[in-house]
Design a protein around this ligand. Structure first.
Ligand SMILES: Cc1ncc(C[n+]2csc(CCOP(=O)(O)OP(=O)(O)O)c2C)c(N)n1
Ligand SMILES: [Mg+2]
Length: 580
């Protein structure tokens, strides 16, 4: 092969690594790279977005869903700046993303030329690999290295490319390292496994908390066997939702502010905490200090013992560790704690059931999300935005074995829902994709609804329209502040969807929502937006922890009971008396 442009070599490397999609917006300093993508459009799809933030959020979401590298590109300067938010989402949720940034030509570099931004400095904090290309001779090598680094470090690789360099030709081809690359998994120390087994045998009230590390290592089946044969209830962090199906009888739902009361209480009663692939940061929701022994499994040594004092710390792949533990057979058969937790969970579910039937006008968000849950196809892919939509999905979506669920977990950026849905539908053309958004969050990226129209992506976009930043309404109250600046002006999002060339429904009741959703499931060639007018029900925490309780004092006990309708469910410690 001779006389290939640097840009073509760059695209070849991406193809070698199995990149199928690049998200971005062409222009100025990235045009040469885009031109090479045009030449190889049969190999790599270029999805043109309307705002670069959406490109980066989509690339991050693609990586979350598929476990593969997400790729986005932009011009230097303003376009690159727009990417930042999505790249931070990838960084903080530890997924591999490559960002290709244009830059002014080499001869103008450092002059303070039009749109010249110091990208090396700007992306320093977000990137695990951050280089500027200075010669066509090693362009392909550096791209290859960037991809390896993104995979190895589970983060963002950034390449700044002065636009004249990929335009130059090279006489020699480059062979990428894609085929030879494999991440090694540490061997597991059998002594540590024995110690872990011993702690499990001794435990009276063990609990498993599983996180995204378990999801990534596809440990669902092994964990399911583990909790079943050892009679252990389990809790999932929100980004790991669905790793073991939510409707598994040992599941206590999610933990934390958006979690369930049974999960909180089980944590507070446990005498053994088994942390599997999680770096869960909210200590008030973990067992109290010195209350429980702890086994932690994590692929990253730096996470071991970070959040809770640990007795057995195993560095390793969760699936591998749990499979080896399972090979030891049943370690404990006492099911008293599990029974008590299940009873507690069944009380909770009954209460949740009552809320999901609420037939109010405007509709209650609980009932709408419950209807989505009931009707979702077995292969549904959910993309959930930030706000009360996150809470409702945590509570009312029961993610099944073959369904997928993604959120912006650690950055928690509003506006991640629609880009995630676009990425999911591009990656999985034959699956149903649904995104759940608040009106505030959707408005941050709504211009890209037209992208879904352009690429004929039949995503279902549900906007929970409460004309408010409801999550912040709740947050202000729990901090003891008076509500201020949380109202949002209304907008006819259905009309907007129609104006984009999609389908839009305005719905005000459960019945109207059901009709609209049923119709939406049948559409195959364009996105459907359901603008659902809902009550601004603020999300009810499973348990109000101390800091929040202090804030609420300002509003009084009566307010708490009436407005939040805190359930009068018996606490786990009372239920346990029946079993112990
Ligand atoms: C980019 C960004 N800005 C601000 C926030 C803080 N924030 C979290 S939730 C929220 C309100 C969301 O409002 P909306 O989308 O209407 O959903 P609702 O809570 O009303 O259901 C805000 C402002 C954020 N997480 N991300
Ligand atoms: Mg809102």
């Amino acid at each position: 092969m001779a006389n290939l442009k640097g840009a073509d070599l760059l695209v070849n490397v991406l193809v070698d690594w199995g990149v199928k999609t690049v998200y971005g917006l062409p222009g100025d300093s990235i045009d040469t790279t885009v031109d090479a993508l045009r030449r190889q459009k049969d190999q790599v799809k270029f999805i043109q977005v309307r705002h670069e933030e959406v490109a980066a959020l989509a690339a991050a979401a693609e990586a979350k869903y598929t476990g593969k590298l997400g790729v986005c590109l932009s011009i230097g300067g303003p376009g690159a700046i727009h990417l930042l938010n999505g790249l931070y989402d990838a960084k903080m949720d530890h997924v591999p993303v490559l960002a290709l940034l244009g830059q002014v030509t080499s001869k103008s570099l450092n002059e303070g030329y039009f749109q010249e931004v110091n990208t090396a400095k700007l992306f320093d904090d977000v990137a695990v690999f951050n280089r500027s290309i200075s010669s066509v001779d090693n362009l392909a090598e550096v791209v290859d290295q960037a991809v390896r680094s993104a995979y190895e470090n589970k983060g963002v690789a950034v390449l700044t490319i002065p636009d004249d360099i990929p335009d130059q030709k090279l006489k020699t081809a480059y062979k990428s390292s894609a085929k030879a690359f494999a991440l090694s998994k540490p061997e597991i120390d059998s002594n540590q496994l024995d110690q872990a087994a011993e702690l499990i045998q001794q435990a009276v009230k063990p609990i498993v908390l599983l996180g995204v590390g378990a999801k990534e290592s596809a440990a669902g089946a092994a964990i399911q066997q583990f909790v079943e044969q050892n009679k252990i209830p389990f809790i999932e962090t929100l980004p790991a939702k669905g790793t073991v199906a939510d409707d598994h009888p040992n599941s206590l739902g999610n933990v934390g502010k958006l979690g369930t009361k049974p999960a909180y209480e089980a944590m507070k009663s446990a005498d053994l905490l088994v942390l599997l692939g999680t770096n869960y940061p909210y200590r008030p929701y973990l067992p109290n200090k010195a209350q429980a022994k702890c086994i932690q499994v994590d692929i990253k040594a730096e996470n071991l013992g970070k959040r809770y004092s640990v007795d057995v710390a195993i560095q390793g792949d969760v699936a591998k560790v749990i499979t080896q533990l399972n090979q030891k057979g049943q370690l404990r058969s006492d099911d008293k704690f599990l029974d008590a937790c299940q009873k507690n969970m069944s009380n909770w579910n009954k209460w949740m059931q009552a809320k999901r039937k609420l037939d109010t006008a405007p509709a209650s968000p609980e009932s709408l999300v419950a209807y989505i849950d009931e009707t979702a196809p077995d292969n549904m892919v959910y993309s959930i935005d930030v706000g009360t939509s996150t809470s409702w999905s945590a509570r009312y979506l029961h993610v099944k074995k073959d369904q997928q669920f993604a959120i912006s977990a650690w950055l928690g950026t509003m506006g991640c829902g629609l880009p995630g849905a676009i990425a999911a539908q591009v990656a999985y053309p034959d699956r149903q994709v649904l995104t759940l958004n608040g009106d505030g969050a959707f408005a941050m990226v709504m211009q890209d609804f037209v992208t879904a129209v352009k690429y004929k992506l039949p995503i279902i976009c549900v906007v929970l329209n409460n004309q408010k930043l409801a999550f912040i309404e709740y947050e202000q109250q729990s901090a003891g502040q008076l509500n201020y600046q949380i109202d949002l002006a209304d907008l006819d999002y259905a009309k907007f969807a129609e104006a984009c060339g999609g389908i839009g429904f305005n719905v005000k009741s459960n019945a109207e929502f059901k009709q609209a959703l049923d119709k939406a499931y049948k559409v195959t060639d364009k996105p459907v937006l359901i603008n659902a007018y809902v009550q601004d029900n603020a999300p009810l925490p499973g348990k109000i922890v101390m800091d929040e309780a202090k804030g609420y004092m300002k509003f009084g006990q009566e307010y708490l009971e009436n407005y939040w309708k805190i359930p009068e469910l018996p606490p786990l410690k009372d239920i346990m008396r029946q079993f112990f």
